[in-house]
Design a protein around this ligand. Sequence first.
Ligand code: KG4
Ligand code: ZN
Length: 339
Amino acid sequence: MNNNPVILGIESSCDDTSAAILKGNKVLSNIVATQQIHKKYGGVVPELASREHQKNIIPVVDIAIKKAGIKKHDINAVSFTKGPGLLGSLLVGTSFAKGFSLSRKIPMICVNHMQAHILAHFIKDSNNPVPKFPFLCLTVSGGHTQLVKVNDYNAMKIIGTTLDDAAGEAFDKCAKMLGLSYPGGYLIDQYAKKGYNKKFKFSKPKVQELNFSFSGFKTSVLYFIKKEIQLNNEFINKNIYDLCASIQYTIVEILLEKIEKAIKQTGIKTIAIAGGVSANSYLRERLEQLHIQKKYTVFIPKLEYCTDNAAMVAIAGLYKYKIQSFSSYSESASARLSF
Ligand code: KG4
Ligand code: ZN
């Protein structure tokens, strides 16, 4: 067994076509082609996404291999996202990985996208410390919001999840109400920097246990904006910064309340965040504060490993490679894959 294998990772679960090469836990290349076609529709159009993946996958893999400075025959295994995600998009990555594995006669490893987000914390590209087990991870993306107890690389348990919309979806839908382009999470983050986050108060849900809900919050933003626009149709333009800051504040508060609750319930004080929303500068800032004020050990991923990327798929593949957990060719994509 090679302790330092070269792994090609393939990610195609949503609207990013990505390929990465890792040697052991070091990234040699990580190429992400973000599909721009969806912007004009205000959200990801599944059929267009799979067609774009088909166009992108070969050039993206070629660039990743060239940038890594290796040859195809140096690759020891190929790992790919099995799910969750858009079925048509997942099928492109899955089929590519199968073809690559068969033609190169190397093992193929399927990976859960949400677990890959978490395992991105183990990518070693500087002298960054890595979390010690067990730790809690808040995984927040466009499609999922999960609190996960991470016992080991391949042993994780979901202890809380959203009952309706995901945190990223809440950002994106609120952004849409404000007339911002898709995906709006990043823009809300930028505009919020210039706003006052207590200017507008939005309702926070009361949800049992460690679960989340964002649909009531989203509706309260919608009704509030509609009411204000009737009084002044320039309301959004005049208040865009404060609106973004207040929306972001509420979403982050909802997330942090559950983290605190999970810490109390489990007694685990090592916490990590992962997924696209972990790129949010205010969430990152609040986590840093928790470290300073409450002495929690906090892990915040580098920005390039927050949103979808194949380096996280390759590192998740590495930890399955180490236990020889390989996939068979009957393995297929699974849109609702859980763990
Ligand atoms: O993990 P990800 O790249 O894709 C999924 O697996 O869904 O997450 C995408 C989500 C989108 O909802 C996007 O708006 C959100 O992450 N996002 C952000 C920020 N950057 C990306 N949300 C808030 N603040 C950001 N800076
Ligand atoms: Zn993701």
